[in-house]
Write a new protein. Structure first.
Length: 270
C-alpha cells in the first residue's frame, strides 16, 4: 500500500514562506514554477539537515530572477493577503517555538486534536443552552445539553460538524479556505477555549453536585457523625436562633428534607 511521504515541519514552513513570495502570479503559473519544491527541499534537509534550507526570502528572490520575473512587489497588498501573511507568519513563529521544546509537546497536542474537536462541539452547545435554553432558567447545565429535549441529537450533529471541520473536509476548516475562513476558525477555537471554564462551572453547580450525590466527593464528611449538625464537613456545636432583639427563640424544629421528620434544634453530642 502506498503512503504519502512524511514532510519535515521545517520544510513545510520553508515552502509556505517561498510560496508567499509568488502570490502575485496566477495559480497555474505559480504551481508550474514551484512544482517539486517540497520534494527538493525534503531531500536537501535529509542530506544536510534543516539548517541547509536557508532564508526563504533569498531563495525566492533567486528563483524569481532565474525565471525572469520582477522582484516580489512590496506595495500595499489586499487585506485578505495581508491577513493570510500575518497568520502564516504567526504559525511559523509558533512552530519554531513549539518544535524546540523537549519531549515534543506540540506533537502530543496535535495527536489529541480529535479530543478537542469533540470538546469544542460540546462547549459550543452548552453555551447555546446556557444563553437560550434550560440553562438560563434552572439551576445550571446538564452534562448533555437539554435544549427542549433536542440536546442529544443536536450534540451528535455538532460533534460531526466539528470533526469534519477539524479534518479539513467542511468549511471553514477546508485546506482551500481563504483569510475569512481562517479568521473565523481561529475565533471559534479561541472562544471555545475561553468558554471551557465557564461551562464546566455551570455544569458542576452546588445544586447539581447535591442532586447527583457528589457532596462526599467534593466535601468529605466521613469523619462527622451523621446524627449531628455539620457545616462544610465540620461539626456545629453552637447553634441558636434569636429574634431581632437578640432573645433566643424556643421550640423551633429542623425539617429533615430526606425523611420529612421534624427534629429538635439542638446538638447534644457536643
Amino acid at each position: 500500500m502506498n503512503t504519502a511521504p512524511v514532510v519535515r515541519p521545517e520544510v513545510e514552513q520553508f515552502v509556505a514562506a517561498v510560496r508567499e513570495r509568488f502570490a502575485d502570479l496566477d495559480p497555474d503559473e505559480r504551481e508550474d514554477l514551484l512544482d517539486g519544491l517540497e520534494a527538493d527541499m525534503s531531500d536537501l534537509a535529509d542530506e544536510r539537515g534543516p539548517e541547509a534550507l536557508g532564508d526563504p526570502d533569498a531563495y525566492a528572490a533567486e528563483l524569481r530572477a532565474a525565471a525572469g520575473l520582477p522582484p516580489a512587489g512590496r506595495g500595499r497588498r489586499p487585506v485578505a493577503e495581508r491577513v493570510e501573511g500575518w497568520l502564516d507568519g504567526a504559525r511559523r513563529r509558533w512552530d519554531a517555538v513549539a518544535l524546540g521544546l523537549p519531549g515534543d509537546p506540540w506533537g502530543l497536542a496535535r495527536s489529541l486534536r480529535p479530543v478537542w474537536w469533540v470538546l469544542r462541539a460540546w462547549v459550543a452547545l452548552q453555551v447555546v443552552d446556557l444563553l437560550f435554553g434550560s440553562g438560563a432558567r434552572n439551576f445550571g447545565l446538564s452534562p448533555v445539553p437539554s435544549l427542549l429535549g433536542w440536546g442529544l441529537p443536536l450534540l451528535v450533529v455538532a460533534v460531526l460538524v466539528s470533526v469534519q471541520m477539524g479534518r479539513g473536509k467542511w468549511w471553514p476548516g477546508r485546506g482551500d479556505r481563504g483569510a475569512a475562513a481562517r479568521v473565523l476558525l481561529l475565533a471559534m477555537n479561541v472562544a471555545a477555549i475561553a468558554a471551557v471554564p465557564v461551562t464546566v462551572t455551570e455544569v458542576l453547580t452546588p445544586a447539581k453536585v447535591a442532586a447527583w450525590g457528589m457532596d462526599e466527593w467534593t466535601h468529605p464528611v466521613s469523619d462527622v457523625d451523621p446524627g449531628v449538625i455539620a457545616y462544610d464537613g465540620r461539626q456545629v456545636c453552637t447553634l441558636r436562633v434569636v429574634d431581632e432583639q437578640g432573645r433566643r427563640v424556643e421550640g423551633l424544629r429542623v425539617l429533615d428534607a430526606t425523611s420529612g421528620e421534624l427534629l429538635p434544634l439542638n446538638n447534644p453530642s457536643c
